[in-house]
Design a binder for this molecule. Structure first.
Ligand code: APR
Length: 403
């Protein structure tokens, strides 16, 4: 690709060009601004889309500590709800774990991710941060050479280029960051868990004062409070299910059945305002760096939503990268960036292992035709251990909230 192929509108530049304005990109941008580092965020979507996209909502205690450490926690301190109990409903009855009193004794903070993103965006703009919406990164070039740059396409189709000393790819799993790492330069670990969920957002108050995990012969069902009026539900569904094929009645009937509403009380029904099918999959790239290009958040690793770790990892990685970039650009010590990949990967693999354990806990693994369901018996034993063993409960709590 040569310059002459493009009518460059401008040669924009920043010391750090950040791709993507999700939790990873916005935390990084805010921390770099506070350290006095010249940075700019390029975001494919428009402002309204970024501010209103409903996503995850469970913040780990360490995420809250990171945001508090940098003065980015005002909204979540004011409006976040502390959450410390989960309830398992199984064929053998139900039990609760007050995980806020177990293990590391940390609660979750429930704060809808789009609110957090809106807060981070406001802080970034108020501090004079540069952000270009409707600007899609197409490719990162020369990341391991003397003149790294990012090719962009604006909403009107015009292309341009940003020069950078460092590029932070916070643009998710399908972003330009990942695509720009040459195939031979990274190992790509992946796992398809073979399970799908219908993810639902209901305009309905939470039905129980706990995170609910229902294990049922028809499949897993999950209940997670988002706010006093909004609740997220998950229903395991067959691979290939289309999100719109289940009617609202069918959804609520299945939730009632799997959550055992007949035994434990009815669910508060409401309009389903968002639905999407998620095929549970995980992947990790190693290393998380190619020259001047760093992978952060979902661009670094995709984690199945079974343990709500994605946004928490993204914030932690953004803080680690901000420390390295600050040392490199302010103190002239680029070796500080050498540890980025290994430090993040230790946390990523820990979270992957726990998510994988949760997937095993929540879903039946079908036995081969005619064979006794060995795997299912193991799963029942795992649930009993979690119900009965204080040591197992401490381990669960530490991993459930920990990052
Ligand atoms: N160029 C510019 N921006 C892009 C591009 C691109 N080519 N591709 C994607 N983006 C933007 C998206 O529009 C989005 O705003 O990058 C941002 C990525 O944000 P997230 O998907 O939220 O990813 P991340 O910041 O890594 O957060 C990770 O948050 O939503 C949770 O659980 C989810 O695991 C995920 C976690």
């Amino acid at each position: 690709m040569t310059d002459s192929q493009y009518a460059w509108p401008a040669h924009d530049s920043a010391d750090v060009v950040i791709l993507g304005a999700g939790p990873a990109g916005l935390v990084l941008g805010n921390l770099l601004l506070r350290a006095g580092i010249d940075c700019a965020i390029l975001e494919r979507s428009g402002l309204e889309c970024v501010r209103t996209r409903a996503r995850a909502g469970f913040l780990a205690a360490n995420t809250v500590r990171i945001l508090a450490r940098h003065g980015l926690d005002e909204g979540l301190r004011r409006y976040g709800q502390e959450h410390r109990v989960c309830e398992f409903r199984t064929e053998g009855g139900r039990f609760r774990l007050d995980y806020g009193r177990l293990g590391s004794k940390d609660p979750h903070t429930v704060y809808p991710q789009h609110e957090l993103v809106a807060d981070l965006l406001t802080q970034f703009l108020d501090a004079g941060g540069r952000i270009r919406f409707d600007t899609e990164a197409v490719a990162v070039s020369d990341a391991d050479g003397p003149a790294p740059s990012v090719t962009v396409r604006e909403a009107d189709g015009r292309t341009g280029r940003w020069r950078a000393r460092y590029v932070a790819a916070c643009d998710g799993r399908h972003g330009a960051g990942r695509r720009s790492v040459p195939p031979g330069a990274v190992r790509h670990y992946r796992r398809d868990h073979g399970v799908s969920w219908l993810g639902l957002l209901a305009e309905a108050p939470p039905s129980l004062d706990a995170v609910g995990y229902a294990l049922h012969p028809h499949g897993y069902a999950g209940h997670m409070a988002r706010s006093a009026e909004i609740t997220r539900y998950y229903l395991q569904c067959a691979r290939g299910t289309r999100a719109d094929t289940w009617s609202e009645d069918r959804v609520w009937d299945a939730l009632d059945l799997r959550m055992r509403a007949a035994e434990y009380g009815p669910l508060s029904r409401g309009r389903l305002v968002q639905r999407a099918v998620v095929d549970l999959a995980s992947d990790v790239l190693e290393p998380l760096r190619h020259g001047a290009l760093f992978l952060v958040g979902d661009a670094a690793a995709l984690i199945s939503p079974s343990a709500a770790k994605g946004a928490n990892l993204a914030v932690l990685e953004a803080e680690i990268l901000a420390q390295g970039l600050t040392a490199a650009l302010r103190e002239g010590d680029p070796t500080a960036l050498d540890a980025y990949s290994d430090r993040c990967l230790a946390h990523i693999w820990r979270a992957q292992e726990f998510s994988h354990w949760m997937i095993g806990l929540l879903h039946e693994t079908p036995a081969p035709q005619g064979a006794p369901p060995f795997q299912e018996r193991l799963r029942r034993s795992r649930i009993s251990a979690l119900r009965d063993s204080p040591t197992q409960q401490d381990w669960f709590a530490e991993n459930y909230v920990g990052i």
